[in-house]
Design a protein around this ligand. Structure first.
Ligand SMILES: [Zn+2]
Length: 197
């Protein structure tokens, strides 16, 4: 894929894929990066070291698509990986909301150097508040795809993520990232979403 109108114009920009959970963000992320790979472009994919929902070193979608990824502890480690390798043309960053907030400037610097950045992340947490990094990338990215899911309750278009614990909507004072197996998430529309108290 190329967004350049004039093929002689400079490369390097930021693409953001965002939305709620179960919207197919990871599928779109993997699809886009694989297309760049088919075009024989060197792609590096990164994910935060804390993210191990399905597998340790791959980006894996709910439907089972996979892409090898490098786990990084912070934005500086990602930066060093990218600038160490002169052949890199495209990078992917999964779960960008879970990296430190310096990542926004780092991705901008990488795009300035002529590399295409594809970032993937949730736009809102379960309280419906903007997630860090994605909030700024929505403004800084040249291209934004905001995907929706299907509301678990009414079947309408869903743009929010409801956290359910013990069968009821979670309280507002819970941590943003839970590691227990007790909670689950549902995509919900504006009308079916219940704001945590
Ligand atoms: Zn609904």
């Amino acid at each position: 894929m190329s967004y350049r109108i004039n093929p002689n114009s400079k490369r390097g920009w930021i693409e953001l894929i965002t939305g709620c959970m179960f919207a197919g963000k990871t599928e779109e992320f993997i699809r886009r990066l694989k297309r760049y790979e088919y075009a024989k472009q060197k792609v590096l994919v990164f994910k935060p070291a804390m993210e191990n929902r399905y597998s340790k070193d791959n980006v894996t979608s709910h439907s089972g698509l996979e892409l090898p990824a490098i786990r990084v502890k912070n934005s500086n480690e990602l930066r060093e990986h990218v600038f160490r390798d002169k052949d890199v043309k495209i990078i992917g960053v999964d779960e960008v909301q879970f990296l430190d907030t310096d990542i926004v400037d780092v991705l901008s610097e990488i795009a300035d150097k002529g590399i295409i950045v594809v970032a993937n992340g949730l736009d809102k947490d379960y309280r419906n508040d903007p997630f860090q990094n994605v909030d700024k990338l929505l403004v800084q990215a040249e291209y934004v795809d905001k995907l929706t899911s299907i509301c678990y309750v009414c079947g309408g278009n869903a743009s929010r993520t409801q956290r359910i614990v013990g069968g009821v909507p979670a309280k507002a004072d819970e941590p943003l990232v839970l590691l227990s197996a007790n909670e689950k998430y549902e995509a919900r529309c504006r009308h079916c979403y219940i704001k945590p108290e």
